[in-house]
Design a protein around this ligand. Structure first.
Ligand SMILES: Nc1ncnc2c1ncn2[C@@H]1O[C@H](COP(=O)(O)OP(=O)(O)OP(=O)(O)O)[C@@H](O)[C@H]1O
Length: 231
């Protein structure tokens, strides 16, 4: 479904990605781990066309999207849950969700489908987003990605700033989306939570992929875990 091949990305003249390659199959959940500054967010930004790679190729759903606009990439069926959630604070939940609705070739999501995933959402519809808690805002952010009818959602630090119980809810949601056929790339500092939910994992360091394999293997091998992700 997603095939990132040897991309090199820069901020100005500073190179941040040195040829990472990753693949995500249909309906697969993939964790992307690594220390601060490894380039995980930049990899997400490169896929979304926000920081387009200078070399290498990104293919999604059978076609090259390298160099396409962020708008076209979203239309192709890639959703995004940014680390700062990026909801419009002065708009209501309902309005934030309405403006996110898109049709793609993937399964279409309606508001009532989103209520099926987040039962509390229905009661928040008339609230302004600036009055929501972190967990509620994350619910809106994930629902907004779903209403764009994605085949793949890129989650950037979805557990950041959330209470442990809410983190579990978010991880359960990612698993639920997988059951609905939506693939996910999950960038996380909370490595154990991500390894629990993921099928496969990539570990990045200094702009390169340094490990790739089943998530359960890394989760259950304490030596490997300490060596690769320091926990
Ligand atoms: N807008 C920018 N301009 C210049 N350099 C940047 C910019 N954004 C990130 N960088 C640099 O690129 C490198 C990779 O950053 P990136 O945010 O992709 O890493 P990360 O793995 O997501 O880390 P974190 O978990 O801290 O977000 C870092 O050295 C960072 O300082």
């Amino acid at each position: 479904m997603l095939d990132v091949a040897s991309i090199q990305s820069f901020y100005g003249e500073t190179q941040v990605l040195f040829g990472p390659s990753i693949r995500i199959e249909e309906g697969e959940v993939v964790a992307l781990l690594g220390p601060n500054g490894a380039g995980k967010t930049t990899l997400i930004r490169s896929i979304l066309g926000l920081t387009p790679p200078r070399t290498g190729e990104i293919r999604f759903d059978g076609r090259a999207i390298t160099g396409a606009s962020t708008h076209e990439i979203a239309r192709a069926g890639i959703g995004w849950v940014p680390d700062d959630r990026r909801v419009f604070p002065t708009l209501t939940v309902q309005r934030n969700l309405q403006i996110a609705v898109k049709k793609t070739r993937f399964r279409s999501w309606s508001l009532s489908d989103a209520f099926g995933i987040f039962s509390a959402l229905e009661h928040l519809m008339s609230r302004d987003c600036e009055n929501l808690s972190g967990g509620e805002m994350q619910m809106v952010s994930i629902s907004r990605a779903l209403l764009g009818s994605p085949g793949l959602v890129l989650f950037d630090e979805p557990s950041q700033g959330l209470a442990p119980k809410i983190v579990q809810d978010v991880m359960r949601t990612i698993r639920r989306l997988k059951a609905e056929g939506v693939a996910a790339l999950v960038v996380e500092q909370n490595a154990l939570a991500a390894l629990d939910v993921a099928d496969r994992v990539y570990v990045m360091d200094r702009g390169r992929i340094v490990h790739e394999g089943p998530a359960a293997t890394l989760r259950d091998d304490a030596d490997l875990r300490r060596r690769l992700i320091g926990i």
